[in-house]
Design a protein around this ligand. Structure first.
Ligand SMILES: NC(=O)c1ccc[n+]([C@@H]2O[C@H](COP(=O)([O-])OP(=O)(O)OC[C@H]3O[C@@H](n4cnc5c(N)ncnc54)[C@H](O)[C@@H]3O)[C@@H](O)[C@H]2O)c1
Length: 311
């Protein structure tokens, strides 16, 4: 298959390129910054997704667009909702239009579990009500509406994927908006205490970015379309447990301290993963212990493991 990846210099895309190589797909991409990871080297054109014409040219010859490009920070979305909507809503509409204009058959949209907001039942299935708490969640949800509309009206085959929290050693550790695992691992690397917001009893569903990449490839290669999938591990882990596991795999002596809870923080979150198991036969390959270990060793070790498990 020929694949155009948007947000091609990002964390997730670096794994998408590796997986594409293993599965003998031809992948290239667009981003507004050059790639930092070797897997995307020489494969990324500097194009803003809001430039529909250039994007359509880049999509020429692609069978599929995997749309990962986004304003990814919840905090930033709250500070600048207009910018967030510009990238996440208008940018997605532009990518959909480019897909249709260039004759692309399938569009895979990387949405987010943030569309659910505060869960009213657990585990969270794809049928759970959507009620976002953040501007980011609202922009992802609005974009999902356009994705569905393009399938209904223009016949573009689409799949919406709602990842829960994913992580890897390739996440941007310098970003003030990095996720909890990246923040904790930076503390461990710097031998400074891990600070947990609130009592640490809040739970989340974490999976490795390499597993999200595998999920996307399974969805892309399947005959499924018009379906929305959760992408998670199906396992809840508390933030206290996460911090303890991380300290244990690092074999360091690091303190844990607690600060004020975050305002409007979701207490518990875990994905119902049965739909992806049933339709895509998706199961995570990287355990949380393996994933955390990788943060303190070479990232290539895990990539090698993933490639071997694919063969
Ligand atoms: N990391 C998570 O836990 C998580 C959870 C749920 C959903 N997601 C979604 O997964 C996707 C990938 O996340 P990631 O962690 O790889 O993020 P990332 O920040 O590493 O990658 C996103 C990429 O999009 C690019 N981009 C931003 N604006 C652009 C524009 N206007 N034109 C072209 N490129 C642009 C960025 O430069 C970046 O390289 C995003 O859509 C994100 O919202 C992430």
């Amino acid at each position: 298959m020929n694949i155009l990846i948007t947000g091609a210099s990002g964390q997730l895309s670096s794994y998408l390129f590796e997986e594409a190589d293993v599965r003998n797909h031809d992948a290239w991409g667009v981003d507004i910054v050059p790639p930092g990871n070797a897997s995307a080297k020489d494969k990324v054109e500097i194009i803003d997704i809001r430039d529909t014409e250039k994007l359509a040219k880049s999509a020429n010859g692609a069978d599929v667009i995997i749309h990962t490009a986004a304003q990814v920070s919840v905090q930033k979305s709250l500070m600048d909702p207009v910018f967030d909507a510009d990238i996440n809503v208008l940018g997605t509409v532009s990518a959909l239009k480019a897909a249709v204009d260039s004759g692309v058959k399938k569009f895979i949209f990387i949405s987010s579990a943030a569309v659910y907001g505060n869960p009213v039942s657990l585990p969270i299935s794809e049928m759970h009500p959507v009620n976002p708490l953040s501007v980011y969640g609202a922009s992802k949800l609005a974009a999902e509406g356009y994705v569905r509309m393009f399938e209904n009206t223009y016949g573009l085959k689409t799949i919406i994927i709602r990842p829960f929290n994913f992580y890897s050693s390739r996440a941007d550790a310098d970003s003030p908006y990095s996720g909890v695992i990246t923040k904790f691992s930076e503390c461990v690397k710097n031998n400074s205490p891990i600070t947990i917001d609130g009592d640490g009893m809040q739970t989340r569903d974490f999976l490795h970015a390499a597993d999200v990449s595998k999920f996307i490839h399974l969805a892309m290669e399947s005959d499924v379309s018009g379906v929305t999938f959760n992408c998670g591990s199906g396992k809840a882990i508390s933030i206290n447990e996460l911090a303890e596991k991380m300290i244990s795999v690092s074999s360091k002596n690091i303190d844990i301290v607690h600060s004020q809870p975050r305002t409007a923080d979701i207490k518990h979150s875990v994905a119902d993963v049965r739909l992806a198991e049933e339709l895509l036969d998706f199961h995570t390959s990287v355990t949380i212990e393996e994933g955390l270990k990788e943060l303190f060793t070479s990232q290539n070790q895990l990539s090698a493991k993933m490639s071997i498990s694919m063969q």
